[in-house]
Design a binder for this molecule. Structure first.
Ligand code: NAD
Ligand code: TYD
Length: 343
């Protein structure tokens, strides 16, 4: 039996990964440590919370004592670190907690991994560590780190730290840098669920700037499969890019969502841009494709439709999130100062 510590397992990608891993690995026991911040939702794992192969611990990855006792008592053999503050706009409002969790928290997990002789430590990172691209080109794993937002800087800092634990202590680490994910259970501060839910409610859709920024979208199920493969077969000390090879401007994506939902484009509202807004992200994924035989499966349009359908079918899930003070306060604070701009 492998006992895998998953951190941040009640968030979007972590909860999808835990569900995926349970279907793949009968011999895994999963210990999920999650602080249950605004983004951590135990509802995301309702269907497996009583599984004998699952243990939930409500705790903070920055808590050295707790993390030490988790590694010791559960005889952890591998770690996958999803836990993070993950939203760029929030990091622009206040970076403090981003550096606490994303950097110090990662260090606490790495130190315990050294102490307890962990066999594999997988750091979940992001393509945002590379900064932005112009109209052409792709980031490879060798591209320099040039983060532009406090969020991206905190993730890049964590990546640098992870690399030093490989070089200095020979800790068996791996890093995954993925592009923007979409799919079920994503907290509706992120673009796709925010737009789907607001469109369903007939509310204005706040597109930043002129809407021509480009993102490369990766279905969360494809990412979970990639993470699983890298954790199993990746070479320690290496970085792997995981992208959806699906570049689209924000405005075209919003129009696609409106089309799927049968809602009018008059809902679109161009608003004040995000400060320092990265122009374009796009990943070269030839390394994972050639070395580990991973590729995304199925068409973007179908996976986007399935995602829209999931939010349509799971209104109690998102209504519950929207009704919390956290969400209401955040939305007011973030969007009230963004003025509508005529384009
Ligand atoms: P999320 O915000 O949905 O979830 C984060 C989870 O971490 C939550 O459950 C939260 O409670 C938990 N958490 C936060 N601080 C913690 C702490 N101090 N101790 C323990 N738990 C804590 O994030 P997500 O979108 O699922 O992202 C997961 C990981 O993937 C992050 O590391 C993020 O940087 C990375 N990533 C995300 C995307 C994306 O598109 N969402 C893309 C690339 C990389
Ligand atoms: P987001 O989901 O926040 O991911 P990231 O900033 O990590 O790429 O945003 C995706 C894109 O959508 C990004 O270019 C910003 C834009 N965006 C909007 O135009 N309006 C919104 O309300 C949000 C949340 C994002």
């Amino acid at each position: 039996m492998n006992t895998i510590l998953i951190t941040g397992g009640c968030g979007f990608i972590g909860s999808n990964f835990i569900r995926y891993a349970f279907n793949q690995h009968d011999d895994w026991h999963i210990v999920n440590v999650d602080r249950l911040t605004y983004a951590g939702n135990p509802e995301n794992l309702k269907d497996i919370e009583s599984d004998a192969r699952y243990t939930f611990i409500h705790g903070d990855i920055c808590d050295k004592k707790l993390i030490g006792s988790v590694y010791r008592e559960h005889k952890i053999t591998g770690v996958i670190n999803f836990a993070a503050e993950s939203h760029v706009d929030r990091s622009i409002m206040d970076a403090t907690v981003f550096f606490e969790t994303n950097v110090k928290g990662t260090m606490v997990l790495l130190d315990a991994a050294r102490q307890f002789g962990i066999e594999r430590f997988l750091q979940i990172s992001t393509d945002e560590v590379y900064g932005e691209l112009g109209e052409t080109g792709y980031f490879t794993e060798k591209s320099p780190l040039k983060p532009n937002s406090p969020y991206a800087a905190s993730k890049a800092s964590a990546d640098l730290l992870v690399n030093t634990y490989y070089r200095t202590y020979s800790l068996p680490v791996l890093i995954v840098r993925s592009s923007n994910n979409y799919g079920p259970y994503q907290y509706p501060e992120k673009m796709i669920p925010l737009m789907i839910i607001r469109a369903m409610e007939g509310k204005q859709l706040p597109v930043y700037g002129d809407g021509t920024n480009v993102r490369d979208w990766l279905y969360v199920g494809d990412n979970c499969r990639a993470i699983d493969i890298i954790f199993k077969d990746g070479i320690t000390g290496e970085v792997y890019n995981v992208g959806g090879s699906m570049e689209i401007t924000n405005i075209n994506l919003v129009k696609k969502l409106l089309d799927i939902l049968g809602k009018p484009e008059s809902l679109i509202s161009f608003v004040t841009d995000r400060p320092g807004h990265d122009r374009r992200y796009a990943l070269d994924i030839s390394k994972i494709n050639e070395e580990l035989k991973w590729e995304s499966i199925g068409s973007f349009d179908n996976k986007l439709r399935e995602t829209v359908q999931w939010y349509k079918d799971n209104a109690p899930w998102w209504k519950n999130v929207l009704n919390k003070n956290d969400y209401q306060d955040y939305y007011k604070k973030m969007y009230s100062k963004r003025k509508e701009e005529v384009r």
